[in-house]
Write a protein that binds this ligand. Structure first.
Ligand SMILES: [Zn+2]
Length: 445
């Protein structure tokens, strides 16, 4: 029996074990076998109950204490201090959202703080992830298409290539905008300028795809078909310009700003979908063809309507301010609906592309490089130019630095210290030639 227990529980065998073993733990040497003379550890000559009876309890406590000390990591490594969050009235107006009361990040966060904040529960966290994760979903779908289609050699697939690029770009840009928007009021505006630019490129990508795959049969090679993409480029520039400009109106004319921004996106959406609306109309009239994609198109339209409604209505947080600060506010739902709608749109485009290939090629409606990739490159360059102009206007807008300098004092309810957030406009340069008001200044208290 003794032999069996010795094999099962060698730690209790102690000095009687000829081939003893030991290890060093935090300075305490636990020697189980082969100990010599006076340094033998007490208590390991017998089972645990015996160890405890013979004063081994003190020795064990001592060993544990010393072991704990040896394994203690630097305090800074274990205690992760999450940045403090603020309430609506504690941050400059530029960062405030209707119906969102708490969970605001520091309005002068560093880039690292912004990245880390995506792992902290703030009122932006879900906004960040609801567009970051779908980016990877669309990239995954894109990679599968890359392995099954020949984007380099088959010109029929170029519109799809453009579309896949923009549907990966817009959620990623949006995710970045939500992540870094709290670096400063100016950074907030510039981040959303890029967000709007990416959305307007998405509208251009949709136009390229719809012109190539969705155009109803009576309109193939018509005047509208041939001018669809140049008009869409113009719409994209209009969309970016109006949506960026709307940020300059937001404080003085909030309703006008909101309406302007909504129409900036609704207008290109309506234009892009003219071919689809006509196809649906033809179907209602009984002359349907290539119906494989129509159900997905309808789901996309439904989610697009929901997206627009959520963006415009600020529901549900408008009905219960403060209740949806972290989960369930309209912008999160807006992101989700936009992504789900894009998923259905992608499925519809793929179905149309596959089922209408023979018909469209027989009509000589092959996409050109200029009308697809060329249009996207032109759209990117022109949109970057517009964003650059608005960003320069924002940074050079005349600032009465001494008068417009504002201070928001944040008294922490949980901390004994009181930190002061100072937003000074003194970094902006005076430029009397620019007539746009400074949004950051307008939105300050
Ligand atoms: Zn967003």
């Amino acid at each position: 029996m003794n032999k069996v227990s010795d094999h099962l529980f060698p730690i209790w065998r102690g000095a009687r074990v000829p081939q003893g073993w030991s290890w060093r733990l935090g300075g305490a040497i636990w020697e189980v076998g082969g100990l010599a003379g006076a340094e033998r550890a007490p208590g390991f000559d017998c089972p645990v109950w015996c160890v405890l009876c013979r004063g081994g309890r003190e020795w064990l406590q001592d060993a544990c204490q010393r072991g704990r000390g040896a394994f203690r990591l630097p305090t800074d490594m274990l205690s992760i201090r999450l940045p403090q969050l603020f309430d609506m009235h504690q941050v400059p107006k530029v960062f405030r959202e209707d119906g969102i009361i708490s969970g605001y990040r520091h309005p002068r966060s560093s880039a690292l703080d912004c990245i880390l904040s995506s792992f902290q529960m703030t009122n932006e966290t879900v906004n960040i992830w609801t567009h970051f994760l779908p980016t990877w979903y669309f990239l995954w779908r894109f990679s599968i298409l890359c392995s099954t289609l020949s984007f380099l050699t088959d010109s029929y697939t170029w519109p799809l290539l453009v579309y896949m690029l923009v549907i990966c770009l817009y959620p990623f840009t949006s995710s970045c905008a939500h992540t870094f928007s709290t670096m400063s009021p100016e950074a907030c505006h510039i981040c959303y300028f890029f967000d709007y630019g990416a959305l307007s490129l998405y509208s251009l990508g949709c136009a390229v795809t719809y012109a190539s795959y969705v155009m109803p049969e009576p309109w193939v090679n018509s005047w509208l078909h041939q001018h669809f993409i140049p008009i869409a480029i113009g719409n994209s520039l209009f969309c970016t310009s109006m949506s960026c400009y709307s940020r300059f109106l937001e404080m003085q004319f909030p309703h006008r700003s909101k309406i302007l921004r909504i129409w900036a996106f609704v207008f290109p959406f309506l234009f892009d979908n003219i071919p689809l609306f006509y196809r649906l109309l033809l179907c209602l009239g009984g002359s349907c063809s290539h119906t494989e994609a129509l159900s997905s198109h309808c789901y996309h339209l439904l989610f697009a309507f929901l997206t627009c409604f959520l963006f415009a209505s600020h529901l549900p947080e408008r009905l219960a301010p403060g209740r949806f600060d972290y989960f369930g506010h309209s912008h999160q739902l807006f992101h989700i609906c936009a992504v789900v709608g894009t998923h259905f749109q992608m499925e519809a485009v793929l179905a149309d592309m596959t089922s209408r290939r023979g018909y469209l090629i027989s009509q000589g409606a092959m996409p050109s490089f200029l009308g697809t990739v060329g249009a996207l490159v032109l759209g990117v360059l022109l949109n970057l130019g517009i964003i650059g102009l608005f960003s320069a206007s924002l940074l050079r807008t005349p600032h009465l630095s001494t008068q417009s300098s504002t201070t928001t004092t944040i008294a922490s309810s949980t901390s004994t210290s009181t930190s002061t957030l100072t937003h000074s406009s003194s970094t902006c340069h005076s430029n009397p030639g620019v007539s746009l008001p400074h949004p950051a200044e307008l939105k300050e208290d």
